[in-house]
Design a protein around this ligand. Sequence first.
Ligand code: NAD
Length: 471
Amino acid sequence: MSTSTSTYQELLSAVVAENGRPVHDPATDELIGTAPVQDVARLDELVAAARAAQPAWGAKSHAERSEALMKAADAIEANAEPLATLLSREQGKPLNGPNARFEVGACAAWLRATASFELEEQTLVDDGETHAVLNYRPVGVVGAIGPWNWPMMITVWQIAPALRMGNTVVVKPSEYTTLSVLALCHVLNSALPEGVLSVIAGEREVGAAVSTHEGIDKIMFTGSTATGSKIIEASANNITRLTLELGGNDAGIVLDDVDPAAIAEGLFWGAFINTGQTCAALKRLYVPDAIYDDVCAALVEFAGKMPMGVGLEEDNVLGPLQNAAQFKIVDDLVEAAKASGARVLMGGEPDRDAPGNFYPTTLVADISPDAELVVKEQFGPALPIIRYTDLEDAIAQANALDVGLGASVWSADRDRAKEVAARIQAGTVWINSHGGVDPRIPFGGVKRSGYGVEFGVEGLKHLGVPQVING
Ligand code: NAD
């Protein structure tokens, strides 16, 4: 097994394809390289190879597969800097802050954690008459379809438990961040047996082909709710198992007992991590009238100190939007908010002629709870701050949407915050922070944010099929 280190150029050369899709740096519009665009015939070949490799991989012990994941983590660490550079150039996120270097570090951390969980045979009944035990067996071949916002980390979230459980995996990256995922898997494959992990680099129709493929037994999907619905329909044919991590529009509710200055940093990063392009980011903030102006002022002060710019410049902690379509979504939502009479505290005036997809850090106050910027997922650096007088109204508004990925409650009184948290319809409710994930703690959505959980032992079980042996 090699933990050799590549340069950025070597890594890029290993994954680009002649006559592929041009990939431009979203900060500068420069051409980075050309990504391969493969078709359904290539998918068939990769699925056949994955099926051929699965029995031997599935027959290995958990200890053997965990050891391979640990070595894969070593390989990531040995190549961390070129991986982070490519991620920054293709996705746009800066090297520093909770961005590209952080994401690559999380890939190694998730591999190690996923390798370390114990999953013992469980005795269900042992009463002298009946002896029944439960084990989780490999599902078979897993198709891992991912988005463009955290392309490396989410790929690892999908493939680490899949591999640990004895499945083989075919990854279908987002067409916007193909090179990053190809480079990640190129590095991982230096530590994994042949055929266990492969990548199909195709457009949306290749994603659709993955979701209907008869040789794929389970889909791990992270992306929009609209695509998730299509994948559910596609699963009917083969009764394909699904884990769906879909869109969110997370609410944060501030209670009236907080110190605004003390929570400003947490609120800011909860909302603006990855320049707002995060599934479980704080996307609408409810603040009580009594401290509304102070919370707004504290947020403006903190946000004003956070530099946005080209990812490879070491000072920046916020970057461009990854693609022009996402820029337009954010721009349109903020323009609609302005037209409705909402008050822009900062930002809201992008330079539409400048290179890159930069949308400035934007805070919008005194906005109607029904405004589009509140009820639609902006997935970018524009936070609506909604004033409330009655906490019951804020809870009702938090629960009024049809998505429920994360949420947060901010209070000096943990017990009070927990009582409010228990009433919010979301897969995770954080107290005094927002969006932190942990490989030991299950994560998943409710309502139209999807079903199934990732991470922890519960996450491993979702990449296996339960088998009872009774007798
Ligand atoms: P998207 O749904 O447009 O694309 C995701 C992936 O699905 C891409 O690889 C795409 O090629 C593929 N795809 C497209 N059509 C398909 C089809 N018919 N069948 C199968 N695959 C298909 O999502 P996106 O724009 O890349 O990502 C942004 C969205 O993802 C946001 O809504 C965000 O909230 C969500 N997201 C959720 C989580 C989570 O953990 N819940 C994490 C990150 C992003």
